[in-house]
Design a protein around this ligand. Structure first.
Ligand code: ADP
Ligand code: ADP
Length: 232
């Protein structure tokens, strides 16, 4: 099954002589339960693509289908609901709420949506991030790697359709990076989570089963891991 796909996606800034095509004519599919990395030089359109996929930015042409919902047809209110209920985000800067404990940060998306956590699923997520003794600590009392694992757990807690990660290891040392990527990888392998990650780090991209390369806003090539169970 396809989790998310685009048709002729374009995103331009400005007009006339100063126009920049940050994305041009990107048509691509992301299979359910797959881990895709998006790579490319700085300014090649990686963040713009991720933001358009996640409903954080509006493309200027083309379509984005999340499941069977065309994001480009949703108004702001519907997009806000979709972001809250159907996608998860992990950012380079962790973006945890400093006044809440790790556990409160993790369950925050559910609290905001007025939903109760599924206890079995919450237990699986908490076991997988492996921070049992740190759940009552505030972010400032955790290492960078621990904070990012909390952010990953927060992204997964509502069992979203897709988790989007924007340079999730950009602020981490190599050991913490391995913890975070290992967690994302397990969420794909063991729970069938769909993950789309932007990175410029080849070590991080090696955790994905597919790597897309962007250059000048266009899809240039892709690498598929032949050992992944099924390939899109
Ligand atoms: P990457 O994530 O690969 O570094 P971006 O998606 O951030 O690339 O940017 C792609 C192109 O779009 C770049 O040329 C960038 O300067 C341009 N761009 C991105 N955001 C804006 C904006 N808000 N206004 C004008 N140009 C932008
Ligand atoms: P990680 O395994 O995430 O890389 P580190 O090796 O950085 O963690 O940290 C080792 C231990 O020190 C961890 O158990 C962590 O809780 C603690 N620690 C790291 N940074 C801080 C900090 N800024 N404040 C309090 N404790 C910290």
């Amino acid at each position: 099954a396809v989790a998310i796909r685009t048709f002729g996606l374009g995103r331009s800034y400005g007009s006339g002589e100063t126009r920049i095509d940050a994305l041009a004519d990107v048509s691509v599919e992301f299979g359910q339960g797959r881990f895709t990395a998006i790579m490319g030089p700085s300014g090649s359109g990686k963040s713009t693509l991720l933001h358009c996929l996640a409903g954080l930015d509006r493309p200027t042409s083309g379509q984005v289908l999340l499941g069977d919902v065309d994001l480009t047809r949703l108004d702001e209110k519907a997009l806000t609901h979709l972001r809250r209920d159907r996608v998860g985000f992990v950012f380079q800067a962790f973006n945890l709420v400093p006044t809440l404990t790790a556990l409160e940060n993790i369950t925050l998306p559910l609290d905001l949506a007025g939903r109760k956590p599924d206890p079995a699923w919450l237990d699986v997520v908490l076991t997988t991030i492996g921070l049992q003794d740190r759940l009552r600590h505030k972010p400032a009392e955790l290492s960078g790697g621990q904070q990012q694992r909390v952010a990953c757990a927060r992204a997964l807690v509502s069992r979203p359709h897709v988790v989007f990660a924007d340079e999730p290891t950009g602020n981490l040392d190599s050991r913490s990076s391995a913890d975070v990527l290992g967690f994302l990888h397990r969420s794909v392998r063991e729970f069938g989570q769909t993950v789309v990650m932007v990175t410029h780090d080849p070590t991080a991209a090696a955790y994905a089963d597919r790597v897309l390369f962007l250059a000048d806003g266009r899809l240039r090539s892709e690498l598929i891991d032949p050992t992944a169970e099924s390939v899109l």
